[in-house]
Design a protein around this ligand. Sequence first.
Ligand code: GLN
Ligand code: ZN
Length: 764
Amino acid sequence: MVSSSVLGFPRMGANRDLKKANEAYWADKLSRDELLAEAKRLRLAHWKLQKDAGVDQIPSNDFAFYDHVLDHIQMFNAIPERYSKHGLAPIDEYFAMGRGHQKDGVDVPSLEMVKWFDSNYHYVKPTLQKDQSFKLASDPKPVREYLEAKEAGINTRPVLLGPVSFLALGKADRDQDVEPISLLPKLLPVYVELLTALKKAGAETVQIDEPVLVFDLQPAVKAAFKPAYEALAKSDLPKIVLATYFGDIVHNFDVLPALANVHALHVDLVRHPEQLEPVISQLGPNQVLSAGVVDGRNIWKTNFKKAIEIVETAIQKLGAERVIVATSSSLLHTPHSLDSEKKLDADVREWFSFAAQKIREVAVIAKAVTDGPASVKAELESNEKAMQARATSKRTNNPAVKEAQSKITKAMHDRKSEFPARYEQQKKHLSLPLFPTTTIGSFPQTKDIRIQRNKFTKGEITPEEYEKFIEKEIDEVIRVQDELGLDVYVHGEPERNDMVQYFGERLDGYAFTTNGWVQSYGSRCVRPPIIVGDVSRPAPMTVKESKYAAKMSKKPMKGMLTGPITCLRWSFPRDDVHQSVQAQQLALALREEVVDLEAAGIYVIQVDEPALREGLPLRSGVEREKYLDWAVDSFKLSTAGVEDSTQIHSHFCYSEFQDFFHAIAALDADVLSIENSKSDAKLLKVFVDKAYPRHIGPGVYDIHSPRVPAEKEFEDRIAEMLQYLKPEQLWINPDCGLKTRQWKETKAALINLVNAAKIFREKY
Ligand code: GLN
Ligand code: ZN
C-alpha cells in the first residue's frame, strides 16, 4: 500500500485566528490560558481536517505561535542571556525573541529574522554563543503536541528541523566568534534525548527536515550529516523520514551514504521532477521514497494524471511499500481553504487548491495507485476536466499578448543613449540641485485613508466621492512637500492598498482572493494575487493620479510603479508557463504605462524592484545567471521606452548587492534608491570598486522606526557616503516608503533631512 503524507499544515486557521489571538494577547486583551486554548483548538481542527481527508501520515509540531525555528531555539535552550535573564514566562520569553519586548522595565529587541529559503516566510535565526550549551526543555513541545493528538485519537508524525539545518541556518551572536556547525557534537545528545522521549510517547516515525541539502554546502556542513545521522538513525529511536524541499539534492548525493540508515528520503518533485530517477538510484535497498508531488508553494490544483505517472514510476522501481505520496513541502505557504472564497469566478475557482484541498489530493493520489483509478474515479474525472478547462480557457490564453511578445526586439531593451548623454538632457530638463532630495513614494497611510478605501470597496461611497478624497490627500502631500522644500515630488500613493495588489487589480490575467492569507512572519500575513493567465493592461493604471499631482506641484513629479519581477514574486505565479514569460508580459504592460506617464508630462519615473534579490535561485551558477538575465531584461523592457530626457529610477529595500552587482548595474537605471540607514556605509564600496557611473540615493532615514533622526545624524551619514560616492552621484532620501509612519515624525525627520542636504549643497 502507498501511504499519503503532509509535511506541514498552515497554522493561522480559516480566519487568521492565530494572528488574532496572538495580537490580542500582545495587547493584553487575551489571557495566556485563553491563548493556549485557542492554539490547541486550531491544532485539533487541523489534525481532524487531515484525518477526514484520508491522510495517513499527519504532521504534528508543525504548529508554532510565531515561527517553528524559534520553537527549536527555545526547546534546545539556545536562548541568548539578554532574553533569559528576566525570568519571563516561557511564552513571553519566546515572543521576546521573535518580536522584541518592551514592558515592565524589560527592553530587548528581537532576534534577527530572515527569509526562509526563497519563500516569503521569515524565520528567526538561531543566534549562537562561543560557549553555547544546549539543554532539552523539560516538557518538549513535539512530545506535548504528539500526546495531544494521540489523546484526540490521531496518530501523528512529529516534524523537527534537523540538527544540521538548525545550525547551518543560524549565526554567531554579535561579537561571538563561533562557527555554528562546530556546535553539532553538543547539540546531538539533545536530539537523541528528544527522539527517545518521542519514541516513549509512542511515535513510530518522525519527519526530520534538512532543507539545507538543496543548497551548495560548505564542506563542514556536508561533513556534519554523517555524525548527525549516525547518532539519530538508530533502531531504538523512531524511524526517520528525512525531508528536503524547494530544490533538488542531486549535487549533494555524496551526502547520501551518511543517510543510509534513515527510513525514508523526501524530495520535492514539483520543483524538480527530473531528480526522481537519480534519487531512486541512490536509495539503499530498503529505503523509502517520499515523493513530493502536491505543490506546497502554490495554489494550483495538482494535475492528477502527471502526479500519478510520477508515483507509478517510483512504484515500478521500488515497489508500493517503498513509496509515500506527499506534499512537496509544508503547506505553510498556501492559504487555508478555498471554502471561504465566495467571490471567485466559478471558472477559475475550479483551477485552485488551497491547503484544505491539497490534503485530499495526496490522499486521492495514494488511493489511485493503491486501489486503482476506479476507486477514485469521480475525483480523477473532475480533475481532468478542470485541467482541460484551464488549458483552453480564454482567461489563460490571450493571443494578443502572445503576438506582442513575439514582436519584442532586442532594441526595445535599451535606452536611446548611454547614461552620460541622458544625464546631460535630464539636467537641462529637470534642473535639479546638487544632492537632490526625494522620497520613495508612499506617505503615511492614515486611518482615514483606510476607512475611505473600505467604504469605497463596499460601495458606501461613489467612485467620484472616492476620487475627490484621493485628490484631497494628494493636495495635502504636495503642500507638505512644498513646505519641506523637497526637490523631486511624489504623489504619496494614497490610492494604493498594496504595491502589488493595486497593479494586479488593474491588469488582465489576475484573480484575487478575499481570504487567501499566507503567513509572512509572526502574526503578519499577506494575500498574494494570483496570475491566472496572459497578463495585459487594458487601460492606464496610475496616470490619472500622477497627472493630477504633477499639475498641482511646483517641482518635478515622480511617477511610481511596481516592477515586473516584484509583481511576479509577490503573486502566486502560473505553473503552466515559465516565470520569465510571465515577467515579460508584466514588463510589456508596465512599458505601456511608463510611456503613457511620460506623455502625460511625468519626466521622472520610478520602477520599484525590491523582490529582485529574493528571486535569486538558491544555488549559484548557471541557474542564477539565467534568472538574472531574464529579470534584468524584463526591467529594461519595462523602462526603456522613454526619451533620454526622462529619468528612470529604481528602488531596492536593501544594500547587499555584492553577489549580483553586475545585474544591478545592467538595469541601467539613471538613479537607484536603496536602503542604507541601518547598514554599513561600507556596502557602498562596491559602487566605487565597479566604477558605477550612475546616480544613487542610499537611504539616510530608517522608516521602520518612529524615531526622528537629528539633522546632525543626517549630516554625518551624508559625509560618510561621500567617502564612497561622488557629490554629483548622490541623492538624499529615506530607506523606503513612509506608509507605515505617522505624519508628525515624518515631517520632523524630513525637515532635518532636507536641511542636511542644503548644508552639503553650500559646502560643494
Ligand atoms: N514605492 C513604494 C513605497 O514607497 C516602495 C515600497 C517598497 O519598496 N517596499 O511604499
Ligand atoms: Zn523599499
